[in-house]
Structures are given as C-alpha cells and as structure tokens.
Design a protein around this ligand. Structure first.
Ligand SMILES: C[S@@+](CC[C@H](N)C(=O)[O-])C[C@H]1O[C@@H](n2cnc3c(N)ncnc32)[C@H](O)[C@@H]1O
Length: 283
C-alpha cells in the first residue's frame, strides 16, 4: 500500500473505534515507524510490508485502549525525551507549570546551585527538566514503585543527567531524614479522588493506580508529606506541588496549617489552577 492509502485506512479504523485524535495518533505512528518527520510529503511512496505490519499492529494496540505514548515508548517533556511504558505515569503538559514556577523562584531568589528533591518522581520528568535548566543544581529524585524506578533510571541515563535516584517512600519520615537542607521540593503526587478513579478514561485506566489515586478526597499525599518534608527544607526554602482541579482551597489550608508563607498558585495552559509554591520562613 502507498502511504496515503495506508494513512486513510488507519484513521478510518481508529475513527470507527471512537479514538478521539485518530489523525494525530496515525501521524505519530507513521513518523515513528517510517522514521520520517513529514511522512505525508511523499503520499505515493510504497510502505514496505514489514513497516505496514508494524504500523497496523500499533493501530490495533491503540484501538484496544493502550495510550499512544506507551505504544511509541517515548514522549517529550520540556523538550526532553522521556521513555514511558506500562507502570509509569505519562508526563503531562500541565506539569510544565511546576517547572516554570520553580525556575522563577530560583531566579528571584538568586539560587544558582540549589539542592532540589523531586518527590514521587515517576519517569523523572520534573527532575530532568529542572536539571536541564539549572545544571549546577544538586538534584534528587525519589520514587517507590520498582517499575517506575526502572524508567526513572533509564531516563536519567538517556538524558545524561547527574541526578541522584533514591528508591524510597515519600510518606516515611526516614526517607525525609536522609535528604535535608533542601532549597526546593517539587512534587506531583497522586491526587485523583475515589470518584475520579471511577470515571477514568480508558487510556488513563492503563496507567498505574499507584501513580493516580490520592485517597478518598485526593489529598492524602499532601496531608502526609507536608509536615514530614517541611523539616527537610532549609529556612527560606520552597515547597512546590502540582494538584488536581478544584483542590486549591484544601491545599492552601494544608500549607497554612504547616506554617508556610508566600503561598502562590499558578494556572496551567488550560487556565486551571494547577500548582502551588510556598515558602518556609520559620524553623
Ligand atoms: C502522579 S505520578 C507523578 C510522576 C511524575 N513526577 C510526573 O509528574 O509525571 C506519582 C508518582 O508517585 C509515585 N508514588 C506513589 N506513592 C509513592 C510513595 N509512597 N513514595 C514515593 N513515590 C510514590 C508513583 O509510583 C508515581 O510514579
């Protein structure tokens, strides 16, 4: 089959299975298999049989509900390549808001080589983005899941980043006691509520529950982590979280209860209040 016919066949298959972005997904699959950024510039080029089979296999996987990112095995975050697959959360563009917040704090506070911990690091996307922007920073990435940890290590290596990977539980005081004098703590912990978990999109159901579920009201991690990790921050250091839509009032309360000041929220690209930064001003 020539590219154009195969492309139409793939989008039609996906559309009949109600895959929402069939054009985008087909294009990404073509680019990946044909190793061509603009595959449709040559619409009448014949696709080799083995490549056609590979493309159709990926389309089948997509139709079965597997996220495009898992099928491709790699996704971009902050312009960096990030390996992903079953067992690790796919980095979301919303999370780039947290990177922007932290870079502003580092600039404003004149931090040239801050000590940073990325808690619940998953693929390592936050730690890697921060290290790429602040090369002199001393960056630590903490993750509990063995499967996610394997991706985290692979991504640190892929991006040739000098990041210390820690296999640990962020809810344990012992983990925090081994990581002290931090300038910045960044975290995108699991924050979906029990109701959110009941209403997950088919694709998101394929991502690990341990990366998504934050307890009944989605706030378990913030409630538990904030007092534990406050002790690991320097006075003058910042705690920076991503959270779910509509959680800002509860997050603000948790920050105030734990004596944080300068509490500021930012909106993501979709206009949703998505992140908080807060300063530790007293011991
Ligand atoms: C929402 S994902 C965020 C992943 C990544 N930071 C990102 O922004 O794409 C939360 C991560 O927390 C990890 N996690 C869950 N419970 C944990 C715990 N008690 N200690 C450390 N990591 C944990 C999950 O395995 C998952 O990788």
């Amino acid at each position: 089959m020539v590219r154009q016919d195969l492309y139409r066949h793939c989008t039609a298959l996906m559309e009949s299975a109600d895959i929402p972005d069939s054009d985008f997904d087909t294009m990404c699959i073509f680019q990946d298999v044909l190793k061509d950024k603009l595959p449709m510039m040559l619409p009448f080029m014949t696709v080799d049989a083995d490549k056609e089979a590979a493309i159709l296999e990926m389309v089948d996987k997509r139709i079965s509900g597997i996220p495009l990112q898992y099928i491709l095995g790699e996704w971009e975050f902050w312009g960096l390549p990030i390996k992903v697959g079953e067992g690790v959360l796919i980095p979301r563009p919303d999370t780039e808001t947290l990177i922007e917040d932290i870079l502003k704090i580092a600039e404003k506070s004149g931090m040239t080589s801050p000590k940073i911990a990325d808690l619940c690091s998953g693929s390592g996307c936050i730690a890697l983005a921060l290290k790429s922007e602040l090369p002199s920073a001393d960056v630590y990435a903490v993750e509990l899941s063995e499967k996610a940890l394997a991706y985290l290590k692979e991504n640190v290596e892929l991006n040739k980043a000098d990041i210390t990977v820690i296999h640990g539980d962020v809810l344990s005081a012992a983990t925090a006691e081994n990581l002290t004098e931090l300038d910045i703590i960044a975290s995108n912990p699991p924050y979906l509520t029990a109701q959110d978990m009941d209403e997950l999109q088919v694709e998101v159901q394929k991502e690990p529950e341990t990366a998504l579920f934050g307890g009944n009201d989605g706030l378990d991690f913030y409630r538990a982590m904030t007092p534990i990790w406050r002790k690991s921050l320097k006075t003058g250091g910042y705690l920076c979280y991503e959270f779910g839509m509509g959680q800002e009032k509860d997050i603000e309360k948790i920050m105030i209860e734990n004596k944080f000041t300068d509490i500021k929220f930012s909106r993501d690209g979709g206009g949703i209040i998505r992140t908080v930064t807060a300063k530790k001003t007293e011991v």
